[in-house]
Design a protein around this ligand. Structure first.
Ligand code: DOR
Ligand code: ZN
Length: 339
């Protein structure tokens, strides 16, 4: 029985921080407790130039209010990035993020075709330069099958670009796990919501728009397969919250946005989960060591002391006119972060 547990250098390898007041609201909630986070570029318009990237990084640093936090930047994949451009920006980014057109929030400028030949020049340049590729792997098919339908595309990318590190983002189905294990250059991030929720938590009883995200949470056997992978800290998986804040009004409405906001509860929920299955010894691998190996980075040491004490999750987080409802709003977890 643990009554406290030290998390060493937690990393969130998939995070949406947005901009302006929303950035000011959410950035401190991650920067306080994480050593670093990989920042998504799907702003509107997306981050596609060096100037926009560096300016965004500065805004993040300012909003973070914590010297001990490193934003790991990404740019939004474009088919016309030249080798020279990628070479110039290489040291400023940790990866390039690819969104197929129209599959999720702010992906309207995503790639129109996933044909390998169309993507080849950019991916070849990235492969040569050693820049990893993060992918939102979904088609526009039936909602429950979108990730499964995308797997042949992951497979052809893995085969065609064997030296390119490909991150299968927020995997949500058991079929993805089989593919992940099949190719050496495939890796994956996994969120908390895909480990704890199923479709029943979105629409099995009363509709809960705060659990609605892309990819949609799936069946109990998908969740359980992901859980096994994570609890055993499989070396090809790492934590990426995909914490994706949206204004309360844009979630609780007609045409609600996809995204689960989990940043402020991530460490508490993961500690509770790993403790429940007697796997706390593996938590630091999932939260830090695996990602450092996969991305070949050395993160700045940051020790977070978890204590076995109830933490009641706030109903919402507010700043000026922004209000965001977190995952498990107003529920109580059995672990807190020592303040
Ligand atoms: O649910 C999601 N929300 N999935 C994504 O891939 C994007 C994200 C967002 O930006 O809101
Ligand atoms: Zn995301």
């Amino acid at each position: 029985m643990y009554s406290e547990f030290i998390i060493e250098t937690p990393l969130d390898m998939h995070l949406h921080l947005r901009d302006e007041d929303m950035l000011k609201l959410v950035a401190p909630l991650t920067s306080k407790n994480f050593s670093a986070a990989l920042i998504m570029p799907n702003l509107n318009p997306p981050i596609t130039t060096k100037k926009d990237l560096l300016n965004y990084k500065e805004r993040i640093k300012k909003a973070s209010k914590n010297e001990n936090f490193e934003p790991l930047m990404t740019i939004f994949f474009q088919v016309d990035y030249s080798y020279e451009f990628l070479k110039e920006i290489k040291d400023e980014i940790i990866a390039v993020k690819l969104y197929p057109f129209g599959v999720t929030t702010n992906s309207e400028t995503g790639v129109a075709s996933m044909d390998v030949e169309i993507l080849r020049p950019t991916l070849q340049s990235m492969e040569k330069l050693g820049i990893p590729l993060c992918v939102h792997g979904e088609t526009k098919g039936f909602i429950m099958d979108r990730e499964k339908e995308f797997l042949p595309i992951y497979e052809s990318l893995a085969i065609n670009f064997p030296k390119l590190k490909i991150m299968m983002e927020h995997i949500s189905s058991k079929e993805s796990i089989d593919l992940l294990k099949k190719y050496d250059n495939l890796y994956a991030t996994i969120t908390i919501h895909h480990l704890l929720l199923t479709l029943d938590d979105v629409l099995g009883g009363m509709l809960n728009p705060h659990n609605f995200c892309k990819p949609i949470v799936k069946r109990p056997d998908d969740r359980d397969a992901l859980l096994q992978l994570v609890l055993n800290a499989h070396p090809k998986v790492m934590f990426g919250s995909d914490s994706a804040p949206h204004q309360k009004e844009n979630k609780e409405c007609h045409h609600g946005s996809a995204g689960v906001f989990s940043a402020p509860i991530a460490l508490q929920a993961l500690t509770q989960l790993f403790e429940k299955y007697n796997k706390l010894d593996n938590l630091n691998k999932f939260l830090s060591l695996n990602a450092q190996k996969i991305y070949n980075i050395k993160a700045k040491k940051k020790l977070i002391k978890m204590i076995k004490k109830d933490f009641t999750i706030p109903k919402s987080y507010k700043y000026n006119n922004e209000e965001v409802i977190p995952l498990f709003s107003n529920e109580t977890l059995s672990w807190s972060i020592e303040s």
